[in-house]
Design a protein around this ligand. Structure first.
Ligand code: TGC
Ligand code: FAD
Length: 387
């Protein structure tokens, strides 16, 4: 956060290394991403390959993983990088999360030595892009219902089905695909050049336009026995990856909120209404105060959860508390900031409407707010209300 927005001195909780990582991510976001985002969002196209290589060169891909060229940094450093990248655009953070926390993490955590050696060095360098296919057209919140299947044919696996809303799908070199087998849900490492695999891009998105989102179509995709992730069994495999990506979002969403708030404070100082700067009115100050209080509380929560993750004690329902609260508050901040800029708030000249629209996706992906409420409800009551 800029010094003035850091009302409760969250910075004092951060190490020198974490502050350095944050500074590097902020520089990249300011110099490389921010100037191009209005155009990328408007045209709904991004130079994904170039960006992946640049992010890889800076160590931002799989930065919380160890070995294979990964930076091996702590969770708070990773979260702060997500925050700074999302302050530019949630779609940019999605590129980083899906690569590092979903596709790479799945291979890093559950893969064979051969899968790890084949993919992770190239993925951490950004030379190979990954995607993560869990959601299906009819099964989003409830992945247990998935229909995509993998059946044995001799030593091979044959995959059939489709996945929907898959970030990076059309630009990916490798897809981690979750499928139903006779032995429950298993994960597969699918080179996207395999015959029968296609990834048409989803068009007409009004949110997360600076991100590639795709359908994955699998028609008799034949893979060798070695394509299965050996260490992931059942739904806990993909759900374990989601914990990682959700953690990045706890920090990331606050980046979008901070960018909205900084823009709004600057705007309110310059905009004259009824002969005075907008920032000199009590109603405006009440809005700014309430929003900055939520931003600071969100940061404290994020850093606290990061410290729990560092110790290895972070539980899934605690991740749900962070994702539910910080994304919900971030979108509330973006919408409130929009009211301060009024008509200018809807213009692409300012980042606010872009962030607000993006945060609609962030509210939905990686578990909707309702799913996280139910995870917390289950932890509180011991009763599962999903079904
Ligand atoms: P349930 O019976 O509770 O659990 C099945 C097995 O999974 C284990 N488990 C977990 N393991 C690790 N982490 C978690 N968070 C876990 N939650 C559950 C559980 O212990 C059990 O293990 P075992 O060994 O006994 O089999 O599962 P359920 O079918 O009742 O579902 C629970 C629910 C609804 C919470 C889960 O399905 C869920 O989280 N649904 C939301 C789906 C979701 O978030 N999809 C996201 C797709 S990826 C994405 O959106 C990327 S967006 C791009 C970007 O990040 O930028
Ligand atoms: P549904 O599951 O159909 O839910 C509809 C509504 O019902 C929601 O409000 C939901 O909260 C509510 N609901 C569901 N269950 C319950 C219940 N038990 N009780 C009460 N209410 C309930 N997925 C991937 O696998 N990989 C990706 O890379 C990926 N990237 C994405 C990128 C974008 C831009 C978007 C928008 C989505 C992406 N997703 C990805 C998919 C995302 O994870 C799903 O959209 C999400 O899990 C919700 O699923 P759904 O959209 O099918 O909603």
């Amino acid at each position: 956060m800029s010094a003035s927005l850091d009302l409760v001195d969250v910075d004092s909780l951060l190490t020198e290394e974490e502050l350095d990582v944050r500074a590097a991510a902020r520089r990249f976001a300011d110099e490389r991403l921010r100037p191009s985002l209005p155009e990328w969002f408007e045209s709904a196209s991004i130079p994904a390959r170039e960006l992946a290589k640049e992010l890889g060169a800076l160590g931002f891909l799989g930065m919380h993983l160890t070995g294979y060229g990964c930076a091996g940094l702590g969770p708070v450093a990773y979260g702060l990088a997500c925050l700074e990248i999302e302050a530019a655009d949630s779609g940019m953070r999605s590129l980083v999360s899906v690569q590092g926390s979903l596709a790479m993490y799945a291979i890093w955590k559950y893969g064979s030595d051969e899968q790890q050696t084949e993919w992770l060095p190239r993925m951490s360098a950004g030379e190979a892009i990954g995607c993560f296919g869990l959601t299906e057209p009819d099964f989003g919140s409830n992945p247990a219902g998935m229909r995509t299947s993998a059946r044995r044919d001799g030593d091979d696996w044959v995959l059939n089905g489709s996945k929907m809303w898959i970030t990076n799908g059309s630009v990916a070199d490798v897809a981690v695909v979750w499928a139903r087998t006779d032995d429950g849900v298993r994960g597969f490492v699918v080179p996207t050049s395999t015959p029968g695999f296609a990834a048409p891009e989803i068009k007409q998105k009004m949110s997360l336009r600076a991100s590639v989102t795709s359908e994955l179509v699998l028609e008799d995709v034949r893979l060798p026995a070695a394509a299965m992730l050996p260490e992931a069994r059942g739904l806990s495999g993909p759900l374990g990856c989601l914990n990682e990506a959700r953690f990045g979002i706890i920090f990331g969403a606050l980046g979008a909120a901070r960018d909205c708030l900084e823009t709004t404070i600057a705007y309110a100082g310059e905009r004259i209404v009824f002969d005075k700067p907008l920032s000199a009115y009590q109603l405006t100050q009440a809005k700014l105060a309430d929003m900055s209080v939520e931003l600071n509380k969100g940061m404290l929560l994020a850093v606290h959860l990061g410290r729990l993750k560092e110790k290895g004690t972070l539980r899934p329902e605690q991740v749900s508390v962070g994702k539910l609260n910080n994304v919900r508050e971030a979108i509330a901040i973006a919408r409130e900031c929009r009211t301060v800029l009024a008509a200018n708030g809807i213009s692409g000249e300012y980042p606010i409407m872009r962030h607000a629209n993006n945060l609609e996706s962030v509210l939905t992906y990686e578990g909707t707010s309702e799913v996280h409420q139910l995870v917390i409800g289950q932890a509180l009551t011991g009763q599962s209300a999903f079904r």
